[in-house]
Write a protein that binds this ligand. Structure first.
Ligand SMILES: Cc1cc2nc3c(=O)[nH]c(=O)nc-3n(C[C@H](O)[C@H](O)[C@H](O)COP(=O)(O)OP(=O)(O)OC[C@H]3O[C@@H](n4cnc5c(N)ncnc54)[C@H](O)[C@@H]3O)c2cc1C
Length: 387
């Protein structure tokens, strides 16, 4: 494995720093405070060709891979402007359509989405099933006209209210009627304005610019043309979205960790208390050095997972471990940084405490770190399943 970045990869990684000259942390926070999607920033990212990083050039994308998408997200987070919509819409949505969509679907959805004219969200989580996706109860029932009617509900769907399309994970066969628990899933590309869809925003305490929604489906009609992949075999498609999501969270957490630590190091070198810069005191140095070590290890693991993914090699273990390590490391990095700032760390002006909620959120989503450890215990170590 080559650890150096190509010129193109370095440019992608540094894009966040360049973009933040126009759309900086302050802009991101103001959007977050207002609960407003950062439209201008997103449009700029699309115009610069970065929404479709993983989409083939024939459909308006850049034809690059997970490594490049990861570096883009790492660089943006490192500049203080992490974008969940690039994980959910641009990666999980667009790259799945690029991979599993029909030619007609690719032509219909990808060029506009790459150009930033339309956005996608992704709906898996249900209030009752929770982490146990097998118990998905949103059902798509075939009609006599060869179409489907979707009924059920999803929760915490990021950006659903503003997105144009939603990839909806349904069951075409209920979980208690299938031979294997992963059978009977079907994914649909649904117009968010379709008749029968109702949405309600869920106010959350973490300040991010993307809003979450509860979504209800009441006889929402879709056709064969909206099926992503094959009817009843959607779990395989879903599975292909799961590792990229975890890998990207690894990259984002590495970026967020560096963002906060850069600020802390600058402050600790300047702030003098008891005749020395506070950065000279080991009580502050060691937690920072430990967090820096954890961040760089997690960044490496994220890159390894991306490298494997791009070569179509198994990457479940690496994706999960990268997500776990990076989310833990980001929380440690914010905590160690916060301590350097003393009382100032809790002010709006310095904005350090503001970073913590997002880092902490990424321990729980997209998959909680307990389930990640369950995966490592069962599939990497070979221990019995605990649940
Ligand atoms: C800001 C935000 C954005 C989100 N965006 C999306 C989105 O765009 N699309 C989408 O589909 N979903 C989204 N989600 C949902 C998110 O993925 C889930 O909240 C998350 O996966 C946890 O599921 P849950 O809330 O149902 O927790 P539960 O399944 O109720 O679990 C609660 C806790 O129990 C523990 N736990 C559960 N099972 C086990 C076990 N077997 N072993 C050990 N511990 C266990 C874990 O600690 C877990 O945190 C979002 C959530 C938030 C908060």
């Amino acid at each position: 494995m080559d650890f150096s970045l190509s010129e193109e990869q370095r440019m992608i990684y540094e894009y966040g720093q360049n973009l933040s000259k126009t759309y900086d942390r302050k802009y991101w926070m103001e959007c977050a405070e207002r609960g407003e999607f950062p439209e201008d920033l997103y449009r700029q990212v699309a115009q610069d060709g970065f929404v479709g990083v993983m989409v083939p050039e024939a459909y308006g994308g850049a034809g690059l891979g997970m490594m490049e998408m990861g570096l883009l997200n790492e660089g943006l987070a490192e500049a203080g402007i992490p974008l969940l919509s690039l994980v959910i819409g641009a990666t999980m949505g667009l790259s799945l359509i690029a991979r599993f969509g029909t030619e007609e679907q690719k032509q219909k959805y990808l060029p506009d989405a790459c150009a930033g004219k339309t956005r996608f969200c992704f709906a898996i989580t249900e209030p009752n099933a929770g982490t146990n996706t097998i118990k998905t109860a949103t059902i798509a029932t075939p009609t006599s006209e060869g179409r489907f009617k979707i009924n059920g509900g999803k929760t915490y769907i990021t950006d659903a209210g503003d997105a144009d399309y939603m990839i909806v994970v349904t069951r075409t066969t209920p979980h208690d009627q299938v031979e294997r628990s992963t059978d009977g899933f079907t994914l649909f590309i649904v117009d968010t304005k379709a008749k029968g869809i109702e949405m309600h925003p869920i106010p959350i305490s973490v300040k991010i610019p993307e809003t979450q929604y509860q979504v209800f489906f009441d006889d929402v009609e879709v056709g064969e043309a909206e099926v992503l992949g094959d009817v009843g075999k959607g779990f395989r498609v879903l599975f292909e979205a799961i590792n990229p999501e975890r890998i990207l969270v690894g990259f984002i957490c590495a970026g967020l960790g560096r963002f906060t630590m850069d600020k802390a190091v600058e402050y600790a070198n300047e702030r003098v208390v008891f005749n020395h810069p506070i950065g000279a005191y080991q009580a502050l140095q060691h937690p920072l050095a430990r967090a820096k070590t954890e961040i760089e290890m997690a960044a490496l693991m994220s890159r390894q997972a991306a490298w494997l993914f791009d070569r179509e090699l198994p990457c479940g273990a690496e994706s999960n471990m990268a997500k776990f390590a990076a989310a833990e490391a980001a929380c440690h990095a914010v905590d160690a940084s916060l301590q350097c700032f003393g009382g100032n760390g809790f002010t709006k002006e310095y904005g350090i405490f503001d970073i913590y909620p997002m880092a902490r959120l990424l321990k729980t989503i997209p998959l909680n770190n307990e389930m990640v450890l369950n995966y490592v215990a069962e599939y990497v170590l070979g221990l019995p399943r605990s649940y």
